[in-house]
Write a new protein. Structure first.
Length: 325
């Protein structure tokens, strides 16, 4: 296996105010035993637009790698302080990531093959945003302007979809702020923006998801159905939110996805946080007393044998779906 890390923005292209020196990047897991071109997948971990959860990054990439794909994990812009609304920066990040990978198709041995994106929870919202709004995202660089940012397929795992009745308020607040306009909320209520040109989608969720109501995936699936977009939709009977591979892989996951969180916590502790209130500063210090990457990436994953027997099959089903694209 060949592994590498690449920043997707050059100097002067990225200026998110709460980055604290972080630059969105990809980690690649590439087959290097031959020159065979392969389908590829770009995985964006979830985390409420506040962080990129490690268990939804490297472990997922390795599973798809073992299926024969070349895999990439995108660490995109998030804000653990929820102090600087992200607005369209994460969408720009994932759009650039698709263009960045496609631009290097020969180097990454993916030329002429399918490119799929995969997101979880809030990053499901991010992937669905690109699926519905890809034409709106113009790249700042002439180098990438003519490279397609439309994925060939989209995997949405327990996704946030709507800004309406069934939304996950924390994700939408981190993305748009607490005083988002009606126009912004409508734009990021993604079930309203599916068209016949939206890429094929694979959705999965559990009926008992306690954070993101299962209605989110139903709303998107119904919109896809109405527009004649091919899709698969699996709703499993049991399982908490944030299952990932439906096993506790936190200790095995690369913690590189929480670099921005670690940088932000350090800045806040040093009094350098951007627009961070004293209340939020106190909460961050209490929540992350050590501020290390492992602690910042911790998440509560709960599963049991029964959950693993059905919801645990999602990645196998997704692999079959990719083959059919």
């Amino acid at each position: 296996m060949k592994q590498l890390r690449e920043d997707i923005w050059k100097d002067g292209e990225y200026d998110y105010a709460a980055a604290y020196g972080f630059v969105p990047n990809i980690h690649a897991y590439l087959h290097d035993e031959d020159d065979e071109n392969r389908d590829c997948i770009i995985i964006s971990p979830g985390g409420g637009y506040c962080k990129c959860a490690p268990h939804e990054g490297e472990p997922i990439a390795l599973e798809f790698y073992n299926m024969g794909l070349n895999a990439f994990v995108l660490s995109y812009s998030t804000d653990i302080t929820v102090s600087v609304p992200l607005k369209d920066q994460p969408l720009k990040d994932i759009s650039r990531a698709v263009r960045f990978v496609r631009k290097r198709a020969d180097e990454y041995h993916i030329a002429g093959k399918k490119l799929v994106i995969c997101g979880f929870s809030a990053s499901g919202h991010l992937c669905a945003s690109l699926a519905t709004h890809y034409e709106d995202v113009k790249d700042v660089s002439d180098e990438y302007a003519d490279v397609s940012n439309r994925p060939d397929g989209v995997i949405l795992s327990y996704p946030v979809i709507t800004s309406g009745e069934y939304t996950h308020e924390g994700s939408i607040e981190a993305l748009l702020g607490s005083d988002a306009s009606k126009e912004e909320l409508d734009y990021y209520s993604l079930e309203k923006h599916v068209t016949a040109d939206t890429p094929p989608c694979f959705l999965w969720q559990t009926q008992t998801d306690e954070l993101v109501p299962v209605e989110n995936s139903y709303l998107f699936a119904m919109a896809l159905r109405k527009q004649g977009v091919p899709f698969a939709h699996y709703v499993f009977p049991e399982g908490v939110h944030g299952l990932g591979l439906v096993s506790n892989t936190s200790d095995e996951a690369g913690d590189y996805t929480v670099e921005q969180v670690v940088r932000a916590i350090k800045a806040v502790k040093e009094g350098k946080g951007v627009n961070v209130s004293e209340e939020k500063r106190a909460w961050l210090i209490e929540s992350f007393p050590d501020g290390d990457a492992k602690q910042a990436g911790e998440c509560g994953i709960a599963s049991n044998e029964d959950v693993a027997r059905d919801a645990g099959k999602w990645i196998e089903l997704a692999g079959i779906w990719i083959d059919r694209l």
